[in-house]
Write a protein that binds this ligand. Structure first.
Ligand code: ATP
Ligand code: MG
Length: 420
């Protein structure tokens, strides 16, 4: 026999017995986004590499270490999507979505691909729910976007999540901060990792996002960005916080958050959970007022967040949140004897057409084995059709939970009426 072929490292199957969990979470994500006025956007699973190099930033971990990149047959560099924001902005510009008026509010649920070392909560293919809000510079947009995620957590029943926020300024105040960071890191140069040494000149803020424990420790004592904000950024941050206060959304200020993208400006935030182990962030986002311009559009403010679905599920499991499993069989119809085979087939088909989850045996089982199968399917009702039932045109329906029985005509309409 040939060898079994296994899935690639860092990927996951969602099996038929667990897909209801995904459907449940996805339906809450969609409903909440739509309640806030966001509509779904879909975009390709791969893009020209240039989009991510420019849109995510060439000093980020994602671009420097994690992209799945290959050359297509025409010789162009292609990358499997590592995140959604760059694609949304690309699509926003390519399709002139701004033409219908701003703001544009959209959400997505997509798989992303990153060549990371797999571990719990960190995969090479993972799923993100994200929202993007394009066209508003106002703190109310920041507060709205953060508010969406708090409602999602509430609707999923997730507790003990902390919201950390920060402001990382804008191109006006950033140079002063960069200079302060650079002189601080210069003094600890010999201890930094190789990647961060390279980041010193181009983007010293990236060092704050480094995962290496040594760099993390050095970063902990670095100058704080909030001390360098210009008046506009300070006012924006104060107003955002006041909005959150007005909405009863609790947060802490964490001056160490810089986020993974290069083009974030002003507000950045993370939702973190102690139920995730090493991967404590379940959702990250912020404002990226420079991104649309970076990707070739007219200056347009924007912001958004992305949350990992696998991490959401890990938290729900850790907190013992039960996701209701939908039934898969309302009625099992057993055929007793050869003559019943055809009528049972038709009844089951008609019931399904009418929206009833009807099942039958298709493995040639005897009656006892058929009833065992009905149990395994979790059938709510069962019915046995043999020569007698066919002769009389009716049969007994058994309520599998109480054992009670009642009679019913052998038509799909009557059966449906009897059990619904
Ligand atoms: P991390 O610090 O955990 O690497 P990140 O800053 O790279 O996260 P983002 O790019 O901001 O993450 O993505 C937002 C969210 O997407 C994360 O908070 C997490 O929930 C999820 N996520 C990111 N990378 C992965 C991954 N490799 N596997 C599973 N989920 C992921
Ligand atoms: Mg990462």
């Amino acid at each position: 026999m040939p060898d079994l072929i296994m899935k690639p490292k860092g990927t996951n199957d969602v099996l038929p017995g667990e897909s209801y969990r995904w459907h449940y979470i996805e339906s809450i994500l969609r409903k909440t986004a739509e309640d806030f006025g966001y509509r779904e956007i879909r975009f390709p699973a791969f893009e020209y590499t240039e989009l991510f190099v420019r849109g995510v930033g060439d000093t980020t971990d994602v671009v420097q270490k994690e992209m799945f990149t290959f050359t297509d047959r025409g010789g162009r560099s292609i990358t499997l999507r590592p995140e959604g924001t760059a694609s949304v902005v690309r699509s926003f510009l390519e399709n002139s979505l701004y033409g219908a008026g701003l703001p544009v509010k959209c959400y997505y649920i997509v798989p992303n691909f990153r060549g990371e070392q797999p571990q719990a909560g960190r995969y090479r293919e993972f799923h993100q729910f994200g929202v993007e809000y394009l066209g508003s510079p106002c703190p109310s947009a920041d507060a709205e976007v953060i508010g969406i995620y708090t409602v999602i957590l509430e609707r999923l029943g997730i507790k003990n999540i902390r919201l950390n926020i920060n402001s990382i300024g804008c191109p006006k105040c950033r140079p002063n901060y960069h200079a302060a960071l650079k002189s601080y890191f210069d003094s600890r140069k010999s201890e930094l990792c190789g990647t961060c040494l390279g980041r010193m000149e181009k983007n010293p803020m990236r060092i704050l996002d480094c995962k290496s424990p040594v760099c993390k420790k050095i970063a902990a004592d670095s100058p704080v960005v909030l001390d360098f904000l210009c008046d506009e950024c300070r006012e924006h941050f104060e107003n955002t916080k006041a909005m959150l206060d007005a909405m009863d959304i609790k947060y802490s200020i964490d001056p160490q958050i810089v986020r993974g993208l290069d083009y974030y400006t002003k507000t950045v935030f993370e939702f973190v959970s102690s139920d995730l182990g090493a991967q404590s962030t379940v959702c990250g986002g912020g404002r990226y007022d420079g991104l649309v311009e970076t990707l070739g559009g007219q200056p347009t403010p924007g912001l958004g967040f992305a949350s990992g679905l696998e991490r959401l599920m890990m938290i729900m499991d850790a907190q013992g949140i039960i996701i209701p499993e939908p039934g898969r069989c309302s009625i099992f119809i057993a055929a007793l004897g050869e003559k019943a085979d055809m009528p049972v087939q038709k009844l089951v088909h008609d019931l399904r057409r009418m929206g009833v989850q009807a099942e039958r045996d298709t493995a040639g089982r005897g009656l006892k084995a058929q009833m065992k199968y009905a149990d395994r399917l979790g059938a709510s009702y069962s019915m046995v059709i043999g020569d007698n039932e066919l002769g009389e045109g009716k049969a007994k329906i058994k309520d599998m939970s109480t054992g009670g029985q009642f009679e019913c005509l052998l038509t799909a309409e009557d059966i449906k009426k009897a059990i619904m």
